[in-house]
Each structure stands twice: as C-alpha cells, then as structure tokens.
Design a binder for this molecule. Structure first.
Ligand code: LLP
Length: 421
C-alpha cells in the first residue's frame, strides 16, 4: 500500500494534490511520501519482532538526506557502499554505530574515513580487502569490526544485471572457501570478526532463493563457531521485491520474509541485520512528468514527455516496467489507445514503455510514474544537459523541496575551460 491515491479525480501524495506541486516546482519532479517510508520500515521491524535486529536501509536506493532522516528518526540503521554515502548518512544524523559498510571496492581512504568516524561493521568481500583493512586499522590504532560476505551460489531468479549470489558474480567469497578466509581474518591484526554477510540480489519475487541462501549461512555459522569464531550477527542483505505491475501477482510480503528469517535463524542466538532498499523507498515515490507532444507516427503514436532516460533510467537499463498513470483520473470506461511513451533524449533507448494503453491525453497533461522512489533520482544524470530534476517530500498536507532543480548556470559554470585554450 502507498499514499498516492486519487481524491475527487486528482492524484494526491498523502493530502497534497500533485498539480499544486507541479505548479510550484515545475515538471518533471520526484515526490516521496513520508507516511509510506514510515510504513515500509515499520513493516520490517514488525516482521522481525522477537529477534534482536537492526534494519539497515540500503541508502543507495534513495539517499536524499530528508529520506534518510525519516528512517533514522525511527531507529533505522544504514547500509552504505561508499565514503560519500557514509558522510551523507552522518550528515543526516545517523550514528556511526548504526552504519554497515558494504561493497567490493572499498578504498583505504574510505576505510580510514569510516573507522575514524565510527562504524558498526565492514562487510568484507575479498582477501586483499581484509589485508588492506587490517593495515588501515593498525595504522590508526583501531579495531575494525567485520563480517565476511559469502557467495552462496544461489540463483536469485531476478534480472541478470541485479543478481549477485551466483558463483560467476563479482560479489563475496565462495562459501566453500569461507572457513579458510575466516581463519585468515582471525590471524590478521586490527580486525574483529562479528558475523557473516550474505546478499544474493535485488527485486526477488520469490522466497525460495532467500531460504536456500539463509540455510547455507546458518550451516556456515555452526561451522565457524566450531572453529572458534565469535559469530553473533548475521547480515542477511536486502533484495525483497516490490509489485511494479499492479495487475500482476504480488511478491512476498515483509511479514512472510520475516517469518522465514525467524524460522531459519530463530535458535541460533544471533542478532539479525537486513538491508532493504527498494521495498522501503520504491513505492514511496513517484516521478511526475509533463506531456510535451502527442505525436502521430507511422503506424504508432508517441507520448513525448519532459522526463527522459536521464531522469529515470530503469526502463532503458533493465527493461523495467513502471505503471504510468494520469494525474487527472480518467473517466471510468473511457476508451484507451496504445502509445510508446518516450522522453526527448536523442536515442531510441529513451523509451519508457512501448504500446502501453492510455486514456486520451493532451499536451500539458501530467503523468505519474509509480514505484519510482528507489533507484530513480539516485541514478539520474545530466545527459543532454538536462538539469537533475527536483525531489519533493510530502508529509500530511505539507510538502518541501528536498533537492532543488539546478539552474542552467549552475550546470554550465561547473565546466572549466583552461586558460591555455
Ligand atoms: N545490500 C546490498 C549489498 C546491495 O548490493 C543492495 C542492492 C541492497 C542491499 C539493497 O537491495 P534492495 O533491497 O534495494 O533490492 N539499480 C537497480 C538495483 C540495484 C541493486 C543493487 N544492490 C534497479 O534499479 O533495479
């Protein structure tokens, strides 16, 4: 459930009519609902009730500081994947003790930054990374708490570009080699083993791959404990999918996911961490675009929007589906016609969808892309010198711009033309 509903025929974000926001900030823009963010985070907390746990929001999915603050104020931890994300989380008020640092390419500089600033744990993904982290920790006179990310060789049955748990993927240490690598970690100075980490992919719509990966992780926990390691945390990653297509069957609910985790890890006496991103932020956001032209082409018609692939790249990059609905509710039973819905960028990949049935629309109408709160604004760029679009946060009947649209001057003045040219 989200808080984007038609009221009196006008699409609202919570209690705010979207045309009002469009009039104030212009189109296109992203809009997020505080109530939806809160609800999704709370669903995970409730699902894990009874187990010691920390829900670490994967802030790569939407890292606006206002969004982070909504979640941090509820007690959320953060999963960060760069020094920049770490500093952003800290700037939004998240204590270091609630931040886990994931990613296969942490630099020594990022390790220094986070160790000095305070960090809950590093999820380490390779032997060379273990060695560098050990050196950095020793040089600072600190101890780095670590888990090692294991690759369980499980097929997440999701889009190939976002599957991470197969042996051919670049992530983690093959689970078969885990004991050897934990032994190395135990020998290296400056490191303290605190647990195991596993993350098999994103937009999973089935619990079976989670179950397979978690069962292997539990088995490994017992083995590593028998080897004398103090495994007290399991970071079970993120990845639970969301219903992008309302008309399709729904992925499992956080309650079902939580029940699975409790069933599998319940008697291990561990603290569980999870790293959901998309399920918290995805359906908490819309992208709202204006219709520039209705173009009648050879055998097909196009809706040309003022938003483009640079603003929401998921359709171009993953062939992703986003429901697209008019901000003014169509009359019931109105006849629909197929359109290709496209942006103005000069490549054919700038197509949001092909032959989507839509009600009659005119230039100037507003369209909302659903499920755009995750991996939308964060993946946008200024390709074609199109300014990054603003982000707006709604709470009840008020809203605020939480990232303004840059001016053309802002963009153009960033370039430096060398004097010697
Ligand atoms: N933890 C780790 C280590 C991850 O790599 C990811 C996502 C997550 C947690 C959060 O996964 P989520 O709960 O959001 O599925 N840009 C792509 C998705 C990339 C996901 C990358 N890793 C998309 O738009 O579909």
């Amino acid at each position: 459930m989200d808080h984007f509903l038609y009221r009196d025929g006008i699409l609202h974000a919570e209690d705010v009519p979207l045309p009002g926001i469009a009039a104030e900030v212009g189109t296109p823009f992203y809009v997020y609902s505080t109530a939806t963010l809160t609800r999704h985070y709370t669903l995970f907390k409730e699902a894990l009730e009874g187990l010691p746990n920390l829900v670490c929001y994967a802030m790569k999915s939407n890292s606006n500081q206002a969004v982070i603050k909504v979640l941090a104020d509820l007690g959320a931890g953060m999963d960060v994947v760069s020094g920049g994300e770490y500093l952003r989380a800290r700037a939004a008020g998240v204590p270091g003790a609630r931040i886990v640092f994931s990613g296969i390419g942490k630099t020594a500089e990022e390790m220094r930054l986070t160790l000095e600033g305070g960090i809950r744990q590093f999820n380490v993904e390779s032997e060379p990374e273990l060695e560098v982290l050990s050196q950095v920790a020793v040089s600072l006179g600190k101890t780095a708490p670590i888990t090692i990310r294991v690759n369980p060789d499980v097929d997440a049955r999701t889009h190939a570009k976002i599957a991470t748990g197969k042996s051919e993927n670049k992530f983690g240490i093959p689970i078969a080699r885990a004991r050897e690598v934990y032994a190395l970690a135990a020998r290296l100075p400056g490191l303290q083993i605190v647990g195991i980490d596993v993350h098999i992919g994103s937009q999973l719509t089935d619990l079976a791959p989670f179950e397979a990966a978690y069962l292997k992780t539990v088995e490994l926990t017992r083995m590593l404990r028998a080897d004398g390691h103090d495994i007290r945390r399991l970071d079970l990653g993120g990845g639970l999918g969301i219903p992008y297509e309302r008309s399709n069957t729904a992925p499992p609910l956080p309650t079902e996911y939580g029940a699975l985790i409790k069933r599998i890890t319940g008697d291990l006496d561990v603290e569980v961490e999870i790293e959901p991103g998309r399920l918290i932020s995805g359906n908490a956001g819309l992208m709202v675009a204006g219709l520039i032209y209705v173009k009648h082409g050879e055998g097909r018609d196009f809706l040309i929007l003022d938003a483009a692939m640079n603003d929401l790249i998921r359709p171009a990059m993953y062939d992703a589906h986003h429901d697209i609905i008019p901000v003014i509710e169509p009359e019931p039973g109105v006849e629909q016609a197929p359109y290709d819905i496209v942006g103005p960028v000069c490549e054919s990949g700038d197509t949001f969808t092909k032959q989507r049935h839509m009600p009659p629309l005119d230039a100037g109408d507003l369209l909302a892309f659903r499920s755009a709160g995750a991996y939308g604004a964060v993946m946008s760029s200024e390709y074609n010198t199109r300014p990054l679009i603003p982000e707006v946060l709604v709470k009840g009947d008020h809203f605020a711009v939480i990232r303004p649209r840059p001016t053309f001057d802002d963009i153009i003045n960033r370039d430096i033309v060398p004097e010697w040219l």
